[in-house]
Design a protein around this ligand. Structure first.
Ligand SMILES: Cc1cc2nc3c(=O)[nH]c(=O)nc-3n(C[C@H](O)[C@H](O)[C@H](O)COP(=O)(O)OP(=O)(O)OC[C@H]3O[C@@H](n4cnc5c(N)ncnc54)[C@H](O)[C@@H]3O)c2cc1C
Length: 339
């Protein structure tokens, strides 16, 4: 958005890839999402983006019954009235990030470039990266606030209220383990099941159909919660649970991937106690630039609407962009930078 507005931008991305919590495993023509999966009706920013960039989407499969795991065994609940209608990205959610990155002018995006310090002083900002210092007029911290304050040294320190707020604001889904299990065929659909199941017995709490358009690639995914310090989830425990729910065909997957977001150093502030203060999402302080109006917050956690979702990440970015442009209007134009 800033580059499109004619601002000179530099984007420092810590990972060797774009996407952050959007991570898709390519399978043939399709992909399986290890991070974000859906977007929902009414999320207009995402809808506009997929339309403008020609990103193929499809409806989440809901055509069957839901399973609920009870002490005597799984029970069928007629129809899938649990999942709300949702949309998926045919080539995976990460295709959204790829499309956005493709819009950037050459040399703007610097992968493998974590920012370790942000200093305000003199007539601008200095970012410290492994590649050396970067000077900027303004900085957008598009990093979950709790992760930013745990891993980036801000000089002078952030205002105390903002620092405390950032430390207490949870990182959405940072503690989630997503388990993706690929099969030759979506066999549960043949039995009139939507793929959705709820279970309290086994590593997966909530399971959904993750198949691509027309059921290819065929897959289920489950959310697991692994409290800090508990042992890693085992493939065998996953397949045992799936066999109990869906029958013997579930015991013969083509692929099983366990992705623990708590181990991702550029998502989850490692070693920091978990906060569940979700009411802090979109706190008004995140809309107030600091360091003489030169430092702005983006990231879904800072959004005043759809916080936690991709829609929220876009909303937070929109607000930060408006604030950067507003400051530029009020001051002499000079380069801006974003992490
Ligand atoms: C398992 C899972 C399932 C989800 N399901 C959904 C869903 O179905 N629908 C939905 O809408 N949302 C979902 N989400 C949430 C969604 O993924 C996020 O809302 C969205 O990706 C947030 O985007 P963001 O840009 O705010 O943050 P991020 O995606 O976290 O991006 C932050 C970026 O900053 C980089 N970074 C971190 N530290 C530094 C540093 N020091 N220097 C430079 N770069 C740095 C990171 O590498 C990353 O690329 C899910 C998330 C997870 C983990």
């Amino acid at each position: 958005m800033l580059a499109a507005a004619g601002v000179e931008v530099l984007c420092c991305e810590a990972r060797q890839r774009t996407g952050g919590r959007l991570l898709s495993l390519p399978v043939g023509e399709g992909a399986l999402d290890l991070g974000s999966t859906w977007y929902w009706p009414g999320e207009e920013r995402v809808a506009r983006l997929v339309a403008s960039e020609g990103i193929a989407t499809f409806r989440q499969y809901r055509g069957g019954d839901v399973l609920e795991d009870r002490p005597g065994g799984p029970v069928r609940i007629p129809g899938d009235r649990i999942d709300v209608p949702a949309f998926r990205y045919a080539r995976g959610a990460q295709s959204v990030a790829h499309a956005l990155a493709a819009l950037l002018p050459p040399h703007v995006l610097h992968l493998d470039t974590p920012v370790v310090a942000v200093e305000s002083g003199g007539d601008g900002m200095t970012l410290t990266t492994q590649g050396g210092p970067v000077r900027a007029d303004q900085v957008v911290v598009a990093v979950p606030p709790a992760l930013a304050v745990a891993t980036i040294a801000f000089t002078p320190g952030l205002p105390e209220r903002l620092d405390r707020l950032a430390r207490l604001t949870p990182v959405w889904m940072a503690e989630t383990t997503k388990v993706v299990v690929r099969y030759p065929h979506p066999f549960w659909r043949d039995e009139g099941l939507s793929g959705t199941a709820f279970s309290l017995d086994g590593p997966l709490r909530e399971i959904h159909d993750l198949s691509g358009p027309a059921g290819r690639p065929a897959a289920l995914f489950g959310f697991a919660r692994r409290p800090q310090g508990s042992p890693p989830i085992h493939d065998r425990r996953v397949t045992e649970q799936l066999i109990r729910l869906y029958g013997p065909a579930a015991g013969d997957p083509l692929q099983l991937v366990i992705h623990d977001w708590a181990l991702e150093r550029y998502t989850s502030p490692v070693g920091t106690p978990t906060s569940d203060a979700y009411q802090l999402f979109g706190h008004p302080l995140y809309a107030e630039p600091v360091f003489e109006g030169r430092l702005h917050w983006a990231s879904t956690e800072t959004a005043h609407e759809a916080a936690g979702h991709v829609e929220g990440a876009l909303a937070g970015a929109e607000r930060a962009v408006a604030a950067v442009l507003d400051r530029r209007l009020r001051h002499r134009a000079s380069p801006a930078s974003a992490t």
